[in-house]
Design a protein around this ligand. Sequence first.
Ligand code: ATP
Length: 809
Amino acid sequence: MAESVRRLLGKPGAVDLRPYTKLLSAIEAEEDGLRELSDAELNEKAIELGNAELPYERGDLVLLCAVGREAARRTLDERPYDVQLLGVMALLDGHVAEMATGEGKTLSGALAAAGFALRGQRVHLLSVNDYLAKRDAEWMRPLYQLLGLTVGWINEDSTPDERREAYSQDITYAAVSELGFDVLRDRMVTDVADRVVPPPAVAIIDEADSVLVDEARVPLVLAGAAESAAADMEMADLVRTLKPRIDYEVDAEGRNVQLTDTGIDRVEKALGGVDLYAEDEESRLPEVNLALHAQVLLQRDVHYVVRDGELRIINESRGRIAMLQRWPDGLQAAVEAKEKVDVSETGEVLDSITVQSLILRYPTLAGMTGTAMAVAEQLREFYELEVAVVPSNKPDIREDRGTRLYATREEKEDALVAEVEKVHDTGRPVLIGTQDVAESEILAERLRKAGLECVVLNAKNDADEASIIAEAGTHGAITVSTQMAGRGTDIRLGGSDMSDRDRVVESGGLFVMGFGRYPSSRLDGQLRGRAGRQGDPGDSLFFVSMDDDLLVNNAPETTGYKAGDDGEITGQNWLAMVDHAQRVAEGQLLEVHRNTWRYNQLIDVQREVVLEHRELVLTGDEGDRHIRKDSPTRHTELTDELARALAAIGAGAGAGTGAGNDAEESSEEEGAEGEGPEATEEHEEQAREQVARAARLITLYHLDRGWTDHNAFLSELREGIHLRFLGRRDPLDEFNREAVPVFKGFLDEARTRAAETFGELQVRDGAIDVGAVGVKRPSMTWTYMVHDHPFSSPIETLAGKLKGNKSTG
Ligand SMILES: Nc1ncnc2c1ncn2[C@@H]1O[C@H](COP(=O)(O)OP(=O)(O)OP(=O)(O)O)[C@@H](O)[C@H]1O
């Protein structure tokens, strides 16, 4: 009892769960009564909640949880555990619920969604991929139905109508990226009826840490009108000949690379004696830098794989191929040149939105994940979200054996192989987490040489993920994986059908080993969490060596230790240093996140101004009003001309019925010149409508065109601004100094251009065609995500450096 009470109280620093736990007995007390009700009566109880206040008061919360529990029991045959209801209550209060692997987050998320939806709020349940969006929506559908709620889901291949339909349901499941693409496309519509996404209300985010922190900076992009960036093969070939430490230096964190003076000389010579720093060579230096970044910092089988003649980026926090992702254009082309693969189509960026900005549109946010506490600070800083640590249903009996530190990589490898052999001899399944694709393959080879058969799971065979993971808990299985095994996959002891469960439990359950610690404690935690699921037995153990990147890049000192015969370093200080190095790595990522966020904030403010104005034009008569004011004469002329032309057509149609009347036909011809039949009020009204529509389309066109150009200007400004560091100025100040005044004239400029274009309109065949004056939308658009490269962009690195200089100087 004491243990269960202690577990229910929650962790210090997190949301206090006590107010929720106090309600559990009241919820349970409702149970018998609710079981007696018919489905229709239960539904009526749910509908009663429609009048409740949000956030729910005690009594309503009890009713919601009790009704939800009974509905889940009837429809899914799963009676939500107390801890799942704590999760529901935390979500309803707008927190991030930390719930361990396999604890049933899907059901908690669904009951919370129902809570919001019953109160009339539209809920978006955001998953990390299409598969989960569809699976979870279909899985939870009967539950929602019983509560009188509707549910829909969206996938990459959903049509606009299907999307609109899905978003019109009470609850919609979608991958974050699909939602973002819809929002971007909606911003470009010229007719309100074409929009698919309703105004944002509530978002519940699955794998919240991954989405809100790891992917926060990823811009989702809408592009149109194809054009390909030329791959610079010459540059790729040139940087390939440069030598490390002589021609270029990589900084201590492995995040940036810079030419040395020797390197600059060599490049300048190879380019025919140019001066890279001369003003008229301004574009050369970034080109060299991009090629060098691509060559030195982005490694095949670590950051990307080449599959079917195409680059496929690996998502660092998930270890999977990142679908639909590309690096920023110049870098993408540089890596494609390096690998000599075809240059992929880019197109012009029409608009983009970062995941963070997308999510922050929602007035109410909540999320769930297995690992949230480690990013509690970021969740608070960027989203004002607090973490509620929900205890597990059954006590966690996994044994976490900490970290073993070795002097060299070989010794670390020997130790791991020996440990795998020992554990494998007892029949226990072993899962080994590696840092990247290349490492997983090398290690697997090594294990096989030692006679230990194993299965590899990495970004190269991620299609087999489900089947590999399903069997990773089988007696005697050895699975080597990248971070992929860290999330969203259930490793059942005794194989997928759990037929051999008793034997595997008996032997001690799954043993998870980490070959190196990850750059974030959350990734370690996710790997560890694969063992000890729902009270299962299991172990975890990490192997680290002094020459691991994590230590080389982030530890203050990696010499002066004493190692045993097997290379193991046991001093507590040294082990503490590993944790320290991980915190340094986490801190750096946070800095990069903050930095990007600061830039995006300004861009978001400007975009908001454009969007607000765009909305007035789209839904009202703002465009027409402005043009009438700016070009009153032309506006009146065009309207009159069109009204007469409409009248002429009307007269023409009448004449047609009066068969072969020459006089009338000639007067019709004259009508086109303006001498025809009088326009009636109806014609005038039609003409006014058509002119207003044209004014709207033209204004929208110039707003969108202007934004696309401004966006390109901002990206270029941001990428190029590091040159200003030569003047030792703060790049963010510089960015704002340039970006703010340029934007000042934005709306006026769009208005002027709209009036100009309007002036060119002609009446033809009783209509005005805006296409004839160049107002055309891109014939095709497509969407992708810009993959955040693992190093900071030069500007961010320099920003960090300048900050360092400032604080020391
Ligand atoms: N109250 C319950 N009673 C019985 N089974 C449950 C209950 N809640 C969830 N489950 C089962 O537990 C399993 C794990 O659920 P779910 O996939 O939602 O976990 P999760 O927390 O999302 O895990 P992961 O972190 O791996 O994604 C599912 O098979 C589900 O059917």
